[in-house]
Design a protein around this ligand. Structure first.
Ligand SMILES: Nc1ncnc2c1ncn2[C@@H]1O[C@H](COP(=O)(O)OP(=O)(O)OP(=O)(O)O)[C@@H](O)[C@H]1O
Ligand SMILES: [Mg+2]
Length: 240
């Protein structure tokens, strides 16, 4: 039987009078790449923030279980220790630290020095641009370069679950390809991921399962390959 890494039940989030999430049920099993797609304002980022406990003050209802335990209210620093990592919308790198320091920060809960050094080298091999600029302040990197760094940093903690919020946003077509290549690679290595994307086609092509969110509610879920063939998904999200 597949092991539940994340189980969200009846999640509701309201900002003041605005209901952003209206009763969402979602599961991610070990080793799966699950994608959550939907239009602007559908409630995708709100859902990820509810999982990571990083929402601004608002009303939250429902249950979020991570490895079978409630996660609600968990602070970010505890998240890393529980090997739950997130690459937020808009990247969130430490702008006043160098690229190298950012990567080491990602591994701060680890103490296997040789393993950390090997991982840094691995990410420099995947993203040579970061290696060339390893001593540069992260805040001076281009948007796409910051996105690469944010992914690499999140993976430095060897997460049990990686949450990605629109990793392709603002990237050139070649960089979008590269980021998705990395996502597929990381997935093949067995890391469990929940991927929020505007690029529904690439996300569904990479994912095992998908969920479609509209105005705070899920309107569809299923195997990603089937969703790609679904005329409703094609019309609304794939521009076909
Ligand atoms: N801090 C906030 N205060 C009030 N309303 C908010 C806040 N954050 C989000 N909202 C509202 O909640 C709804 C869902 O927003 P959310 O950011 O979750 O959407 P999204 O699916 O991630 O969209 P996008 O694809 O544009 O990133 C939107 O209507 C948004 O205006
Ligand atoms: Mg968002």
């Amino acid at each position: 039987m597949s092991e539940n890494i994340l189980k969200v039940s009846g999640l509701q989030v309201a900002y003041g009078g605005i209901k952003a999430v209206k009763g969402l049920d979602l599961e991610v099993n070990r080793g799966e790449l699950v994608t959550l797609i939907g239009a602007n304002g559908a409630g995708k980022t709100t859902t990820l923030k509810a999982i990571t406990g990083t929402l601004p003050p608002c009303r939250i209802e429902g249950e979020i279980l991570y490895l079978g335990q409630p996660l609600r209210g968990t602070q970010s620093f505890r998240m890393v220790q529980q090997k739950l990592a997130m690459v937020p919308e808009g990247r969130g790198v430490f702008t006043r630290m160098t690229i190298h320091e950012n990567l080491l920060m990602g591994a701060y809960t680890r103490n296997d020095k040789a393993g950390i050094a090997a991982d840094v080298d691995k990410w420099y091999a995947v993203f040579p641009r970061l290696k060339e600029r390893s001593a540069q302040l992260a805040g001076t990197l281009s948007g796409g370069e910051q996105q690469m760094l944010a992914m690499a940093r999140a993976l430095m903690c060897h997460p049990t679950l990686l949450l990605l919020d629109e990793p392709s946003m603002g990237l050139s077509p070649i960089m979008v390809e590269k980021i998705f290549e990395v996502i597929r690679d990381v997935s093949r290595q067995g890391i469990t991921m929940l991927l929020v994307e505007q690029n529904a086609k690439l996300a569904l092509q990479a994912a095992d399962r998908g969920y479609v969110m509209e105005s705070g509610s899920l309107i569809m879920t299923g195997e990603a390959a089937r969703m790609l063939d679904d005329p409703r998904v094609q019309a609304a999200y794939l521009g076909e």
